[in-house]
Write a protein of this length. Structure first.
Length: 449
């Protein structure tokens, strides 16, 4: 980077830090916004993937919400992971972790088997300090954060949070399953909103009811749609798998597929998912003024986490899906670098479709810069939301916000240097995608500063 360009980037980064912004998608837990210990920072799931790739024996997440890792579990996993840190110091996830520890906890030492317990205790001391959590958000000028409604707690942090519902995943594929859409609907039938089922499948808890007929499908769907708390949530978040062949399925086809459930394969999986998803979107469209349909694209299950995969067929089928339901706004979290241009072209031509941030396998600096640059060139600012952290604690909100800000500054600097934007243009554009569009597209509401 040339010295004059570096100066411009640094100036823009400082200016961006002064702009108000929203964090439009997280997994923060009301009443427990901060890290509970070093494990919540060092064993964030993206860092676990780095460590697992480096040879660390454990690739699974720690105990997940609504459970919490015990101190014994957290310490066992930390002790196992720390010898592998030296192999991941090159990664951007490690960079984010280093920024968190340096800037928030004034920790600048290498983490070793001899000192990690001291760092863990330092973090645990502030785990229940609400003023500390809020101070981290205020450093970032985050005016409101969206998290899962199931993680609201008692509403004790409503002054900082808004909510999205992650309850059912009708278009998700789980490892080794072919009736996931049916099971997801059975799991919620007759029940109040709860946390979603975890990625990875495995032994499924028994359900209270079983879907056997088309009438059962419609009864379960009516219960589901009618129990979404539209007065509380601004969006529903789900995943769309590229392995499913999406089409409009007839009642007769669905009835026949239900009779084959015990022998279900990929054809039945596609039928169940397509039929149930269309029923859901048709019902949700009646509430189109109250809720946004957010969906993730480009992350498919592996034994522990996911890998980035996305077919061109799926992109075309998603476009047809969006066009069929013009009364509902769709917004995509994308985990695939190569698909960004295609989705930008869809957002140019589908009035009810927009894009948001850089999700999971796209949250790496080089990919973030490409995504930002393409979207700024191809889409109006009111069709794109510029940031969400996907964080599970405010410390990772901080780390990911800093990484994203640095990339946005570099993209804006390049556009200024080539004469596309003035400096004032660049900052106005940044404010639009970080602060204004989350309000107009998602209904996010800034708290009073």
């Amino acid at each position: 980077m040339r010295s004059n360009n570096r100066v411009l980037v640094e100036e823009l980064e400082e200016a961006l830090a002064e702009l108000p912004m929203f964090d439009a998608h997280t997994h923060l837990v009301g009443g427990r916004l901060g890290a509970r210990g070093l494990h919540d920072i060092l064993l964030y799931h993206m860092v676990i993937s780095d460590l697992y790739a480096a040879g660390c024996p454990s690739g699974a997440r720690l105990t997940q919400f609504p459970g919490w890792p015990t101190q014994e579990e957290a310490h066992q996993r930390l002790a196992e992971a720390i010898p592998y840190l030296r192999f991941i110091q090159n990664t951007s996830c490690f960079w984010g972790m280093r920024l968190i520890l340096q800037n928030l906890y004034d920790w600048r030492e290498p983490i070793t088997p001899d000192n990690w317990r001291r760092l863990d205790e330092l973090i645990r001391e502030r785990a229940d300090d609400r003023a500390w959590w809020y101070s981290i958000l205020d450093r970032l000028n985050i005016r409101r954060t969206c998290t899962e409604s199931a993680r609201r707690g008692q509403g004790e942090d409503d002054c900082r949070l808004q909510y999205s519902i992650e309850w059912c995943f009708f278009t998700r594929c789980q490892w080794g399953e072919f009736d996931t859409a049916l099971y997801e609907l059975e799991r919620v039938w007759g029940r109040p909103p709860e946390p979603p089922s975890p990625i990875g499948g495995g032994q499924r808890p028994a359900t209270e009811r079983t879907i056997r007929t088309l009438d059962d499908v419609h009864a379960a769907m009516a219960h589901y749609v009618n129990n979404i708390p539209y007065d509380l949530v601004i969006s529903t978040a789900t995943g769309v798998s590229t392995d499913i062949d999406y089409r409009v399925v007839s009642d007769a086809e669905m009835t026949a597929a239900l009779s084959r459930r015990t022998q279900a394969g990929s054809a039945e999986r596609d039928t169940y998912s397509s039929y149930i998803n269309e029923a859901f979107l048709t019902a949700l469209e009646k509430h189109g003024r109250q809720i946004v349909f957010q969906f993730s694209l480009g992350a498919e299950p592996l034994p522990f986490e996911t890998g980035s995969r996305l077919s061109q067929r799926t992109i075309g089928q998603v476009a047809e899906m969006i066009a069929r339901h013009s009364g509902l706004h769709f917004q995509c979290f994308l985990a695939s670098r190569h698909a960004n241009q295609s989705l930008c072209t869809l957002a140019r031509e589908l009035p009810n479709f927009s894009l948001i941030g850089y999700w999971w396998h796209s949250f790496f600096p080089d990919i973030i810069r490409q995504v930002i640059a393409e979207r700024l060139d191809m889409l109006p600012v009111n069709k794109q939301v510029g940031f969400f952290s996907d964080a599970y604690c405010v410390e990772w909100t901080y780390g990911k916000a800093l990484l994203a800000r640095k990339q946005l500054a570099r993209v804006l600097a390049e556009k200024i240097e080539q004469g596309q934007y003035t400096r004032n243009d660049a900052l106005a554009i940044a404010k639009a995608i970080l602060f204004e569009t989350p309000q107009t597209l998602l209904g996010m509401v800034p708290r009073n500063a």
